[in-house]
Write a new protein. Sequence first.
Length: 407
Amino acid sequence: MELCRATAFSWTHTVSTSLHVSLPLSKFETKRLSIWCASDQTLKANTMTVSITGATGFIGRRLVQRLHADNHSVHVLTRSKSKAELIFPVKEFPGIVIAEEPEWKDSIRGSNGVVNLAGVPISTRWSPEIKKEIKDSRIRVTSKVIDLINDLPDSVRPTVLVSATAVGYYGTSETQVFDEQSPSGNDYLAEVCREWEATALKVNKDVRLALIRIGVVLGKDGGALAKMIPLFMVFAGGPLGSGKQWFSWIHLDDIVNLIYEALSNPSYKGVINGTAPNPVRFAEMCEHLGNVLGRPSWLPVPDFALKVVLGEGASVVLDGQRVLPVKAKELGFTFKYSSDRGIGGVWDDGWGGRKSRRRLRVAVDLDNFTFSHEQRRKARRLVLCQNLTSRLVMVSHQLGRLVPTTS
């Protein structure tokens, strides 16, 4: 029997540990307690060491938080150690390992699993140079990770690789329904995804490979919503193009849980669609967003305007695909945001009631806020949405969560 450190949260209770120490908590007061608890060999055996590329991105940040909270060892594989240290400060993430490219092999050596999430964003104007970088950033990092894994002796080689890909693999259609057995499309993103997956498939045959084809990730503090909310807050929100295009989405919590499950469950292998069971039309998604923000979804952006701004990249938002997570459901994965609640459930958790939703604010001066990382002070002014009930702040361009200086 060993002792392990754990964290407990308690409301209006007297918390007693095995050391007979008690702490009374006043009403509505929350305390974070560090306690000592008994741990058997089973708990020890379930602890993983996971190396992650793309850890500083929207999905990667939440995955690191989840793994670290569950007492797993996390190795962040990055090209910029200084950037990663700002996102994962030692005080908040004790024991985390941050490794730049020359150190990746040492970090992967002895890891139980590797998660590959690296790749530059695609939601920008596609110049020939950007298109090359979209593809190269994914292929290069994936190829490097595969080579490092394959070069290791069996005794220290990771047993599982969870590698991201995207629903862009299927191409686009307003009528067809896609699942993991559907063929690839013939557009640019489908080509990128095919090469991306083909590179990952070169991993050693003894390494279990899970390829997660990820849809549009929704969360309150980044991703697609961070780009859409500012428009709605200034009454300029609405569907893009016809609004009839399919929107295959997944909540941030669900995609993180799916990756987490793929790391630990040997049944998760091959292609798995990382999308919610209920894709919607883009206009429906905009209607839900407008309702929760107390703003109309009335100003559609015409196709030609998006093509002027984004060029060929406009296809990302003008064309969609209806993708279903057949494999995940067969494996018994439970979606927190699934068909019984619909996409409207994305707004239910963490936003408070309707009254607090109507009290969202826009364009708050940054002088009113403190930041956990010095780098964020460089920004002058951001479009912020504040949930006054929980005093959380959403940032429009994925810098994370801010905390008001006033309580």
